[in-house]
Ligand binder design. Structure first.
Ligand code: GLU
Length: 445
């Protein structure tokens, strides 16, 4: 993947990897096939295969690009064929899609650091225990660290999953970096309406070339989950330090809550959707699981805004900061306590208050939502006058028990579906895919 900015520009010009393009820069013209960015390449430079066979990298700033000839569709088809791997009958298969992250990384001996370089096919080939899940189809969508994911990547992953179900997959596993896996899980939950079968995201905290890697167990348990009788987006990761159990966490209620532990993933404000025993792969689901039904066809809603701001409220935040958010299409606040911000409730129009600045964002048509920065519990805008002022200013979220990152993803998604502020508000507050729970499991008021 190129940088989000280049990807957006290519999309606008209708240019795909594999197309023949011309790039003009500083009086020089280059013509050739647009190549995928090499894993370790500069995200801000286009790579073009020239007619000489050499690749040229051209920095994008100040370049003019034009499409000369289509070639993208056949290139994608060739790539897909190269990546596919079946052992058995198509139509009864599970698909493993790889996107990068530690699970698809190995040590790069040039730098001593780990790098995402393993494709989906090699991942499956490395673990003989996966044989029992054959037929398995493999495909690598991209090979990046998940901190580099953007809403454009979510759109592509959602499309790839729909293609897999349309092609007969009985379940889909996504290998993904752990850092932003929760965001992608929420994005896929919203994008894939009417899901027929499980979509299971998994990752690893230790790369597969280390003896202590959690990758083999996480992939094994995810494959078992992908065959199970449910039809939701979830994350499947170690439940504890030991290798005795994996948890399945619902896609809208899951957070990476530890930087390095293999038990890092936690369901927040709800119980895990289920668990998988790594010895034998037995899957136990809780009663809220939605049963699979292969007759369902996915209604793909994978448009996201890339112009939403997620802001952490902190002591000392001021109006000058808030005023800068006017350039966004939507704003999500992770507020203190019950969903608060410094608005000087005794004198809400004072200099110290950010209320007037928040109010003018809302009045200009920018939806602003509030989620709690506390790990658990709901936004309550009625207990303190701070909350009442925020609610009266039109801040969305009173009563919602939701995760700030899910709220952010939902705002990106809502703005991808609708432009009308009233409808955005209605979408944001509509409970979907378990994102807004009707009770808080811990610390219920
Ligand atoms: N930061 C990288 C990522 O999220 C590696 C971490 C991981 O996969 O565990 O992709």
């Amino acid at each position: 993947m190129y940088s989000a900015q280049i990807e957006a520009q290519l999309k606008k010009l209708g240019i795909k990897i594999g197309d023949i393009i011309s790039v003009q820069k500083g009086g020089q013209a280059f013509e050739g096939m647009l190549m995928p960015r090499p894993d370790a390449g500069d995200t801000g430079s286009l790579v073009i295969k020239l007619s000489t066979g050499y690749n040229a990298g051209v920095r994008m700033e100040g370049s003019k690009i034009k499409k000369i000839k289509d070639g993208g569709a056949s290139f994608e088809k060739k790539q897909a064929q190269k990546n596919s791997y079946f052992a058995g009958e198509k139509g009864s298969h599970i698909t493993l899609l790889s996107t990068g992250g530690t699970i698809a990384s190995r040590i790069d001996y040039k730098t001593g650091a780990v790098d995402p370089q393993i494709d989906a096919k090699s991942l499956v080939g490395a673990y003989p225990s996966l044989k029992e899940f054959e037929p398995i189809k493999c495909n690598s969508i991209f090979s990046i660290l998940s901190e580099d994911m953007s809403p454009l990547h979510w759109e592509k992953i959602a499309q790839a999953i729909k293609n897999e179900f349309d092609g007969g997959a009985q379940g889909v596993v996504i290998a993904h970096g752990t850092d932003t896996m929760g965001y992608t899980a929420a994005a896929l939950s919203y994008s894939l309406e009417n899901l027929p079968a499980p979509v299971v995201l998994t990752g690893a905290q230790r790369s597969p070339d280390r003896a202590s890697s959690d990758a083999p167990q996480n992939i094994f348990c995810s494959m078992a989950a992908a065959r199970a009788n449910f039809a939701q987006v979830c994350i499947c990761m170690h439940a504890s330090t030991s290798d005795t159990l994996n948890h399945l966490h619902i896609g809208t209620r899951v957070r990476k809550a530890h930087t390095s532990g293999r038990w890092a993933f936690k369901s927040i404000g709800t119980r895990p959707l289920g668990e998988v025993n790594p010895k034998g792969g037995e899957v136990k689901l809780n009663s809220s699981a939605i049963a699979r039904d292969m007759k369902r066809k996915i209604n793909l809603k994978n448009k996201f805004s890339s112009n939403v701001h997620l802001a952490w409220i902190y002591p000392g935040i001021n109006s000058k900061t808030v005023e800068k958010w006017a350039e966004y299409d939507g704003v999500v606040l992770a507020g203190t306590g019950l969903g608060h911000a410094p608005i000087d409730a005794a004198n809400p129009n004072s200099k110290a208050s950010i209320l007037p600045a928040l109010r003018s964002l809302v009045d200009s048509g920018i939806p602003v939502a509030m989620a709690p920065q506390c790990g658990e519990g709901r936004v309550i805008h009625g207990t303190y006058s701070t909350g009442t002022y925020l609610a009266n200013a039109g801040i969305i979220g009173n009563g919602a028990d939701w995760l700030a990152e899910t709220c952010y993803v939902k705002m990106c998604w809502a703005l991808g579906q609708e432009k009308d502020a009233k409808k955005i508000k209605e979408i944001m507050l509509r409970p979907m895919h378990g994102d807004i729970t009707s009770f808080s499991l811990i610390g219920e008021e």
